[in-house]
Design a protein around this ligand. Structure first.
Ligand code: ZN
Ligand code: ZN
Length: 100
């Protein structure tokens, strides 16, 4: 009985957490990042890029004003579309995965 209740509570709180995250995303307080169908939420609203390990799936933030500015400059050349933001994904292997 107790187990059942606990399981239900866990399920409810997960749904609540998710809807809270959605709410914060809509408010622009956090950002939902979707990489290859995997969603994650983050509080880093500074334009930044991602370093993704194809070995273990770890995602790290990579901040580079220069790269952001450069990407936006290139985006200016896209006709008939106004670019508001851009991020670049770098795929490779993290230190842990390289040691294996
Ligand atoms: Zn890795
Ligand atoms: Zn990020």
């Amino acid at each position: 009985m107790y187990e059942e209740v606990r399981k239900k509570l866990t399920r409810i709180s997960k749904a609540t957490v998710y809807s809270n995250l959605k709410f914060l995303t809509q408010k622009g307080l956090i950002k939902e990042v979707n990489i290859k169908g995997v969603s994650r939420f983050e509080a880093n609203l500074v334009p930044h890029h991602h370093i993704i390990c194809i070995g273990c799936g770890k995602i790290s933030d990579y901040e580079s004003e220069e790269l952001t500015a450069h990407s936006l400059r290139i985006s200016d050349e896209i006709e008939g579309f106004k670019v508001e933001s851009t991020d670049t994904n770098f795929y490779g292997f993290c230190k842990e995965c390289m040691e294996d």
